[in-house]
Design a protein around this ligand. Structure first.
Ligand code: ARG
Length: 569
């Protein structure tokens, strides 16, 4: 498209008395593809030519009747517009060659130039089971991580574990009173959670438990040996559990810097806030007023000296800038924390940090897994691990039925099962709430990962039969693809880079996800109407190149959503 624009710019410039660059900025996308691929609005010439725009469009098209470009084929007037049509042969060859040469890097545009982007995502709370509540942050965050990486940024994944706070005092009390080493070993995270729940039940009857818990947390904050030892153990056991899930999902974090990581920095932060004169004391607590910015005031320190979630986030933000000098700092956290991040960013701004404007909260709605598919005991958290394994099992059943002879059903089931959950999340505009429906998410003909993966596997099978090897690029064959279905598919493949950039800019992997559905759909339309293996030699070769490029686009796109593209399924 860019090449077409440049060509049209060069060609029109002398005729309309403008510079090519000016012409290019005026070019528009026609409202309907049947009108052409680029439109030049003739209104802008009405004054100089002293004619009605439709007449100007007519005249220009006549003046250019004998001209042909490398990328454009004809210029047709339509109302006040002069519409340019791509030359499908040259366009097809150009796009396919680009994909062929870039291969698994196709779509990756180096706009980041190695700059750092920190991505705070997943961030579960220690000593609680990894519930489905954290799935959205995990998959959206991971996809943004991969997308920024593909755009030449240095992505830095940070897991801001909830590993500090009064709940650890409660856990220590509960474990000392009722805990069993045996049970802790068996199923650590669940057991800790049960103890936590028990604490809350018992405290109703015996309120003194609360004082005990407070004093244990106080000890922990003072660095008391026994308290720290408990805390470290609970943290380690939880992390071991979370890491199993991250392994299953193929996720690695650069840093597990939980809330506790910033403990040493809090005093300094409080000092900076005081020095800046943006805080006030209120009954011994330290507050920052934000009323004049239409935000509620925030408390940074309680009267007993304790700090809060936002105090640690303040320290974390400053630490991240000082350590990574980030170009952007993203927080992939549910929409229920929107106010928290507005306050956080406002305080950073008031502290005079210019980089506060490069911090962004990436919010999302809730996800609910439809009942009936999960054997949840009443009151139990739905575990992410259970959801993932359930999905893999269901995928295996479907594959078993559809393709009983498939040699490696396990890897296909894993790819399809995990893909279903990820895509079920990522294909929705993140701000919407999701009602996850198992049957829909695994429907091979719906708007699902499986639908896209299936197109990919099908292409791989045709390529195996057609025998396209790595050295088979052919200029001529690639320029024979001028049927409507072929051109439509090529046009779709051509915009992968734009879609990746748009996903990054708006922090919406859903743009890429929806686009991949279009690619699979265009492929199916092509394949339905244009035979590949039974075509004549040259054309067959061209079509193999086209489907190979489609395979590449699907694989590259799915990879950025963290979804595998199996060759057989
Ligand atoms: N642990 C928090 C929660 O589960 C999320 C932390 C998000 N990151 C942050 N920097 N506040 O709600």
């Amino acid at each position: 498209m860019q090449k077409l624009k440049e060509e049209v710019g060069r060609l029109l410039a002398p005729r309309v008395g403008m510079k090519p660059a000016e012409v290019i900025t005026l070019l528009e996308d026609p409202p309907d593809p049947s009108y052409g691929d680029l439109a030049f609005p003739c209104f802008v010439l009405a004054k100089t030519r002293r004619k009605a725009p439709p007449l100007i469009a007519q005249e220009l098209s006549e003046e250019m009747a004998d001209e042909r470009g490398l990328f454009w084929d004809k210029a047709v007037p339509k109302g006040p517009y002069l519409n340019f049509f791509l030359a499908p042969d040259a366009f097809g060859r150009e796009v396919l060659q680009d994909i062929w040469n870039s291969a698994d890097k196709y779509g990756h545009v180096n706009i980041g130039k190695g700059e750092n982007v920190t991505i705070d995502y997943s961030s579960p709370n220690i000593a609680k089971p990894f519930g489905v509540g954290h799935i959205r942050s995990t998959v959206i965050g991971h996809s943004l991580y991969l997308i920024y990486q593909a755009l030449g940024y240095n992505s830095i994944g940070i897991n801001h574990l909830g590993d500090w706070g009064t709940q650890f005092g409660k856990l220590i009390v509960a474990f000392k009173r009722w805990g069993s080493e045996e049970e802790l070993k068996q199923d650590p995270v669940n057991y800790l959670y049960q103890l936590y729940v028990k604490f809350h039940r018992e405290v109703e009857e015996s309120p003194e438990l609360d004082d005990e818990a407070r004093s244990w947390f106080w000890k922990l904050e003072q660095g008391d040996g026994e308290a720290v030892e408990y805390w470290e153990r609970f943290r380690r056991l939880s992390l071991d559990n979370y890491e199993q899930i991250y392994d299953l999902l193929g996720i690695k974090f650069e840093y597990y810097h939980g809330e506790s990581h910033y403990n040493q920095m809090l005093e300094k932060v409080i000092e900076v806030v005081r020095e800046k004169g943006i805080a006030r004391e209120s009954e011994g607590a330290l507050m920052v007023d934000l009323e004049q910015y239409d935000l509620p005031s925030v408390m940074l320190q309680k009267k007993d000296g304790a700090t809060l979630y936002i105090t640690r986030d303040l320290a974390a933000a400053i630490y991240r800038f000082e350590t990574f000098n980030f170009a952007r700092s993203l927080y992939v956290v549910g929409a229920e924390q929107t106010l928290h991040f507005q306050q956080l960013f406002k305080v950073l701004e008031l502290l005079g940090f210019e980089w506060a404007k490069n911090c962004a909260h990436v919010p999302f709605g809730l996800i609910r897994f439809k009942e009936g598919r999960m054997s949840t005991r009443a009151g139990k958290i739905i575990l992410l691990e259970e959801v993932l394994n359930r999905s893999i099992d269901m995928a295996r059943e479907i594959i078993e039925e559809k393709n009983p002879d498939l040699p490696d059903k396990d890897s296909a089931a894993k790819a399809v099962g995990l893909g279903a959950v990820r895509f079920g999340d990522l294909s929705n505009d993140r701000i919407k709430n999701i009602e996850f429906d198992w049957d829909k998410a695994l429907d091979f003909s719906g708007e699902t990962a499986a639908y896209i993966q299936y197109a990919h596997a099908r292409i791989c099978s045709i390529l195996r039969k057609g025998g396209l090897d790595d050295t088979a690029w052919d200029d001529h064959a690639a320029s024979l693809l001028t049927r409507d279905e072929e051109t439509a598919l090529i046009k779709t493949l051509a915009i992968l880079p734009d879609k990746i950039i748009a996903s990054a800019e708006s922090y919406k992997p859903s743009i890429l996800a929806r686009y991949l559905i279009d690619v699979a759909r265009e492929f199916n339309r092509f394949y339905h109407n244009c035979p590949v293996l039974s075509s004549e030699d040259e054309l067959k070769h061209g079509r193999l190149l086209l489907i190979n490029a489609t395979r590449q686009v699907i694989a590259n796109g799915l990879a950025l959503l963290g979804i595998e593209a199996p060759e057989e399924m």
